[in-house]
Design a protein around this ligand. Structure first.
Ligand SMILES: C[S@@+](CC[C@H](N)C(=O)[O-])C[C@H]1O[C@@H](n2cnc3c(N)ncnc32)[C@H](O)[C@@H]1O
Length: 278
């Protein structure tokens, strides 16, 4: 049985699970995701991880995201109570969104209130996007939905159960991958190499993720593989990926992605799964 993620996340891997899951080894001593995002692959594996008592380590550079994971894991009931107080209304949305523009920013909110704001915005902002400006302020517009489910009790409780005993971290991938080695299975879903300048959404954090980060990532993946870690990495299916991951198996898979504001931006594109498992 697969647990549904509690967030919608751009680049989420739910629709590729049927391609990724069959490649995942049956046994390993630790599961690691350095770019967790919505955690679709982790949640799909969570029942098996719990049954086999396999430790898991989820990481993402986004502190609001990781704070939300912590609250879902540690305080699901209180979080749900707070989520129930939100309303789906444009002026209310703008007021909640604007909390990071106050003098103290989000620091004036408790971790629980911050997680509640984050999940509320995820449910009600346009396309469930997460985007911040150069000052780190969330700037996605109000989304038009019929009746968005803000306090999704069943999903939050299932995710909370799945996250028990999971180690959560908020660091750059470099700090995680240097600790991976023999016995680990690592699934990596970084921001992708752009297909061209405009068609790909790459600003997950205001730091960006450019070719220097892609090169550092490929280098660290090769090092952890040499130490005995097994891995699957997602990326765009472009020539630069073949160059960066020379020596590893690269599988082409098709995904439908909605990345542009206009409705024609939804199209089937090729993605790459890079692995040392085959
Ligand atoms: C494509 S998303 C992951 C999607 C996820 N697999 C899912 O199913 O929803 C990429 C993630 O990488 C994170 N990220 C960006 N730069 C990072 C870095 N240097 N270190 C760690 N995480 C990073 C972003 O915050 C974002 O959540």
């Amino acid at each position: 049985m697969s647990v549904k993620p509690f967030l919608k996340w751009v680049g989420g891997k739910r629709q590729l699970l049927d391609k990724i899951s069959p490649l995942i080894p049956a046994d390993y001593q630790r599961y690691i995701e350095p770019f967790a995002g919505g955690g679709a692959v982790f949640f799909s594996l969570s029942c098996q991880l719990q049954r086999t008592k396999t430790p898991a380590w989820l990481n993402d550079i986004n502190p609001e995201l990781i704070n939300a994971y912590c609250m879902v894991r540690d305080a699901p009931q209180a979080l749900l109570e707070d989520l129930k107080t939100h309303i789906y209304d444009k002026d209310y949305f703008l007021a909640i969104r604007g909390l990071d523009r106050t003098p103290d920013g989000l620091a004036s909110l408790s971790p629980l209130k911050r997680a509640s704001r984050f999940i509320y915005l995820n449910r009600t902002a346009f396309n469930g996007l997460y985007r911040v400006n150069a000052r780190g302020q969330f700037n996605v517009p109000f989304g038009r939905y019929k009746n968005p489910l803000i306090a999704d009790i069943r999903t939050i409780l299932a995710c909370s159960a799945a996250l028990q005993n999971v180690q959560l971290g908020c660091a750059s991938f470099t700090e995680i991958l240097c600790k991976a080695g023999a016995g680990d299975f690592v699934y990596l879903d970084p921001p992708y190499i752009p297909l061209n300048d405009t068609s790909y959404f790459t600003s997950y954090s205001h730091d960006g993720f450019g070719i220097a980060e892609q090169q550092a990532l490929a280098g660290m993946i090769a090092e952890m593989a040499a130490r005995g870690a097994r891995f699957i990495a997602s990326n765009a299916y472009v020539p630069a990926v073949a160059e960066l991951y020379d020596g590893f198996k690269i599988i082409e898979v098709k995904a439908t992605r909605a990345i542009n504001a206009d409705k024609n931006g939804r199209q089937a594109i090729s993605e790459a799964l890079i692995t040392n498992l085959l």
